[in-house]
Ligand binder design. Structure first.
Ligand SMILES: Cc1cc2nc3c(=O)[nH]c(=O)nc-3n(C[C@H](O)[C@H](O)[C@H](O)COP(=O)(O)OP(=O)(O)OC[C@H]3O[C@@H](n4cnc5c(N)ncnc54)[C@H](O)[C@@H]3O)c2cc1C
Length: 231
């Protein structure tokens, strides 16, 4: 069966740091999604197309569909990483319907762990919980990147923390290059706080997701309380 696709126009496209691109697409009329879901982009390659998945970094009530995309170095020849930076405002991209089950449970304290572009779905989930669902349970984010140059969306996170007393975030740098006053080391080193009575949401590369999940389970967290998305 042929799948429904959409052809939204780009409203905004910019680099957030040296390799993370923020992309805003017009939200098509018939497009509805849950925070944390992803869509497939149809990327032209030679005479054909390849599909690449990207998580929605926006919340369902936002006017645009927002994405944040890690652009790989040119030498890796990634079709999406080569194609997306050539686009401009007003160009269109073919995308699929939303899919995926990486969506939060509203009735528990929530602990989110993201590395790199893994922050994309998690920002959408957290914003939806705080701004739209008005969830007053504790919501915490641990965001890990290598160094200061890899940080993005910090102003947005700070604004959320200043606005919502139930939200707190920490950034952990595994290889800080300055007198960094935040957390140091890998995210796995900063997980062990009040572990019970939370649901956990992990997103990032396969090694990190595996390590965080194992650490949580070894320390008594029920695997049913852990949801993850691997990029
Ligand atoms: C459900 C889901 C949601 C996703 N959401 C996002 C998102 O929101 N943002 C985002 O940036 N990505 C996301 N991804 C990853 C994305 O789909 C692509 O895999 C990624 O953008 C690379 O595509 P590409 O065509 O540029 O390179 P590819 O053709 O996939 O890879 C080119 C080469 O680079 C290597 N490579 C791939 N990724 C990496 C990496 N991270 N580091 C080093 N080498 C690598 C590959 O092994 C290959 O050799 C998601 C993936 C999934 C499955």
């Amino acid at each position: 069966m042929e799948q429904t696709t959409f052809l939204p126009k780009i409203r905004e496209i910019k680099m957030l740091n040296h390799n993370i691109m923020e992309l805003h697409l017009e939200k098509p009329e018939a497009f509805s999604y849950l925070a944390g879901q992803f869509v497939q982009f149809f990327i032209p390659k030679d005479d054909t197309q390849v599909k690449r998945s990207y998580s929605l970094a926006s919340a369902p009530k936002d006017p645009d569909l927002e994405f944040c995309i890690k652009i790989l170095p040119k030498e890796l020849n990634g079709p999406a990483s080569l194609y997306l930076p050539t686009l401009d405002i007003g160009d269109s991209i073919q995308i699929s319907q939303p899919r995926g089950r990486f969506t939060p449970k509203d009735d528990q304290n929530q602990f989110y762990i993201a590395t790199g572009a893994g922050l994309a779905p998690i920002l959408g989930m957290i914003r939806d919980q705080l701004e739209h669902k008005r969830n007053t349970k504790k919501i915490e984010l641990l965001f890990g990147v290598r160094n200061e140059n890899d940080i993005f969306f910090q102003e947005r996170l700070k604004k959320l923390q200043d606005t919502f007393p139930n939200f707190r975030y920490n950034i952990a740098l595994s290889q800080p290059e300055t007198e960094w006053s935040g957390l140091r080391g890998r995210v796995t080193e900063h997980l062990l706080h009040d572990l019970v009575d939370h649901s956990y949401y992990i997103c990032g590369n396969p090694h990190m997701v595996k390590d965080v999940r194992s650490t949580l389970i070894e320390n008594g967290v029920d695997s049913k309380s852990i949801l993850f998305e691997i990029f």
